[in-house]
Write a protein that binds this ligand. Structure first.
Ligand code: SF4
Length: 182
């Protein structure tokens, strides 16, 4: 049987969801028998996101132009897309700046001008520093999501309960726009 092509990505998040994934401990060994990890910021040499991915965990919200470009590509190339953790599901902590009416501008000014120790200047380096979006978005506001996995971060038990059925060709208990319930 062909192995499942498995990927993970992170957008705007803290990487805590990926750390929780590593808490799967010995299940990671079972997982390694069933999947080929074709793309991941953890332990993979990141090149282009490949075609024909079966399952991808998406950590983080959509906060900048790079996040936007990557998630469109990932959606086109992935069969089952999982919003992995609260930042992906609701935008969570990265979306705190959405309370500012002026969009990304005050965040940039605070970070790059007011708090700069030396040479304060706004980043203007297209292709190097991605432009912030005015609003931080949960992933489902940008592309369709197949499975929502809430938690900040989701526990290792929850990650396992989501992945195990998928790896056996089944769907977890609740899919689509409903939250998986535990
Ligand atoms: Fe970090 Fe929580 Fe966001 Fe995961 S959901 S990336 S642990 S802040």
């Amino acid at each position: 049987m062909d192995k499942i092509k498995f990927a993970t990505i992170w957008l705007a998040g803290c990487s805590g969801c990926h750390m929780s994934f590593l808490d799967l401990d010995e299940f990671l060994i079972d997982l390694a028998d069933l999947v080929d990890v074709v793309y991941s910021p953890v332990g993979c040499d990141l090149k282009d996101y490949p075609e024909g991915v079966d399952v991808c965990l998406v950590e983080g919200a959509v906060a900048n132009e790079d996040n936007l470009e990557l998630i469109y590509q990932v959606r086109r190339r992935t069969q089952t897309l999982i919003a992995f953790g609260d930042c992906a599901v609701t935008a969570n902590v990265p979306a705190m700046r959405n309370m500012l009416r002026e969009g990304a501008k005050p965040v940039l000014e605070r970070g790059y001008l007011e708090l700069a120790d030396e040479n304060p200047h706004l980043p203007h380096a297209p292709g190097i520093v991605p432009e912030l979006l005015d609003r931080v978005l949960p992933v489902h506001e940008v592309v369709p999501i197949d499975i929502f996995m809430p938690g900040c971060p989701p526990s290792a038990d929850r990650i396992r309960a989501t992945l195990e059925p998928l790896l056996q060709g089944q769907q977890p208990a609740m899919v689509g726009r409903d939250m998986i319930k535990f």
